[in-house]
Write a protein that binds this ligand. Structure first.
Ligand code: ZN
Ligand code: ZN
Length: 351
C-alpha cells in the first residue's frame, strides 16, 4: 500500500500497554484497534475493499487500565452486513460558531425533551454536538460509565476516554455521543486529515478532518473546492495512520473501511473543536492538566476559518502551534492523530 515502504507489524495490546506505561510523559497514546487486515498487504487490502470482513477472534476482555488516558479497546469482529452509501455526503459549510442557543438534549422525568435552551460553549459552537442545560449536564456527569452498545457486556469507563483537560461541556457532549444508539443512516467509511499549507502563517496549523465513503473522490473534491492552497494528506483511518507516512493524493490505495464513520466523525470533531479553541496542549504539564476555568477562553479564535476560501467548513480546525516543548512541530502526530485513533478504536470495538 505504501510503495516500497516496509509493512509495520501491529503491536499487540499488551505491548502497547507496556509502551504506554514506559512513557509517562507522552500525550494519550493512540488506540490502534485496527483489524488485522487493515493495512497488512497490498493484495489483501485491495481484494477486500468492499467485501465482507474476515472473521477474527472474539474480543479479549479489556485489560485493567494503568491510567486514565490510555484506552486500549480490544480487537473485535465487526458486523458482516451493512448498508453502504452510494455517494458522498455533502460538505456543508455549517457551524459558523455564532453560538446561537440550542435546545437541551436531555429528557425530563416525564420522558419529554427538555425545553431549556443553552448557549453552546466556545468549542461546541463549532460542532453540531448535543448541548445540555445545567440540570442535565449534572445528571450526565454522574455515572462513571456505561455498558457498551455492541455486546452490552463491557463496562466502559468515561474516564478512560474523556480527558479531564477538555472543557466540562465538551466532556458532557462526548459522554452523550459515546452512549447514543447508532443512527440507522450511519455507514462505514474513512476519516481523513489534510493539512492546508499556509506558508505565510507560522503560528497556526490548519487541519481538515472529515469523513468519506470514497476516499479518493473526497480528496479530489476538496482539491477543487479549496484549491489555491496546497493540501497535504496527513492520514486516514483506518489503515492510513502509520508512522511510515501516507502517500500523496492520487496514490492512496484505501483498505477496508472502518465502521460507522458518521459517529466517528462526530466524536472526533467534538474533541478537536475543544482542543483547537482551548489549546490545553500549550500548557505546561499537558496532558496532566485540568480544564481551564476560563470556559470561553478560546472562543475568539478563528478555529474554523478556511485559510483558502475564508469560509467556515465544519471540517476545518486551526490549532495554535506549540512554540516550545515536546509538542512543537508535532501538533498532528501528538495531538490530533491520537484523537482520531482513539475514537476509531472506540467505535470499532463498542458501537
Ligand atoms: Zn435540560
Ligand atoms: Zn475552503
Amino acid at each position: 500500500m505504501y510503495g516500497g515502504m516496509p509493512i509495520p507489524q501491529h503491536t499487540s495490546l499488551t505491548m502497547q500497554h507496556a509502551i504506554a506505561g514506559s512513557l509517562p510523559d507522552t500525550p494519550p497514546p493512540p488506540v490502534t484497534a485496527q483489524r488485522p487486515d487493515a493495512d497488512s498487504s497490498n493484495s489483501r487490502a485491495e481484494a477486500v475493499v468492499d467485501g465482507p470482513r474476515p472473521n477474527s477472534v472474539p474480543p479479549p476482555p479489556v485489560p485493567p487500565r494503568e491510567g486514565p488516558r490510555t484506552p486500549q479497546p480490544p480487537k473485535v469482529k465487526t458486523p458482516q452486513t451493512r448498508l453502504r452509501a452510494q455517494s458522498e455526503p455533502p460538505s456543508p459549510t455549517s457551524t459558523d460558531g455564532n453560538g446561537e442557543k440550542r435546545q437541551c438534549s436531555g429528557m425530563t422525568t416525564a420522558g419529554k425533551r427538555c425545553r431549556n435552551r443553552v448557549k453552546p460553549s466556545g468549542a461546541q459552537a463549532h460542532t453540531d454536538s448535543d448541548v445540555f442545560c445545567r440540570i442535565h449536564a449534572n445528571k450526565m456527569g454522574e455515572p462513571s460509565g456505561f455498558y457498551d452498545r455492541k455486546t452490552g457486556q463491557t463496562f466502559i469507563k468515561f474516564s478512560d476516554w474523556v480527558p479531564e483537560y477538555l472543557q466540562p461541556a465538551t466532556q458532557i457532549a462526548l459522554r452523550a455521543e459515546m452512549q447514543k444508539a447508532r443512527a440507522l443512516s450511519d455507514v462505514d467509511g474513512y476519516i481523513y486529515a489534510f493539512e492546508i499549507l499556509d506558508p505565510d502563517e507560522k503560528k497556526l496549523i490548519n487541519l481538515k478532518v472529515g469523513r468519506a465513503t470514497n476516499l479518493n473522490r473526497r480528496m479530489d473534491q476538496w482539491g477543487k473546492q479549496c484549491g489555491s492552497k496546497e493540501q497535504i494528506l496527513r492520514g486516514f483511518w483506518p489503515g492510513g495512520m502509520g508512522k511510515e507516512g501516507v502517500p500523496m493524493k492520487g496514490l492512496v490505495q484505501a483498505g477496508p473501511k472502518g465502521p460507522w464513520c458518521h459517529r466517528l466523525e462526530r466524536l472526533v470533531h467534538i474533541e478537536l473543536a475543544d482542543l483547537a479553541t482551548s489549546a490545553p496542549y500549550l500548557e505546561a504539564g499537558y496532558p496532566k492538566v485540568e480544564a481551564s476555568k476560563e470556559v470561553d477562553k478560546g472562543s475568539k479564535r478563528d478555529v474554523k476559518k478556511c485559510p483558502d476560501c475564508s469560509t467556515m467548513h465544519k471540517e476545518i480546525f486551526t490549532f495554535e502551534r506549540a512554540t516550545k516543548g515536546r509538542y512543537k512541530g508535532k501538533e498532528w502526530e501528538s495531538i490530533v492523530k491520537p484523537v482520531i485513533e482513539k475514537w476509531g478504536g472506540f467505535v470499532e470495538a463498542y458501537l
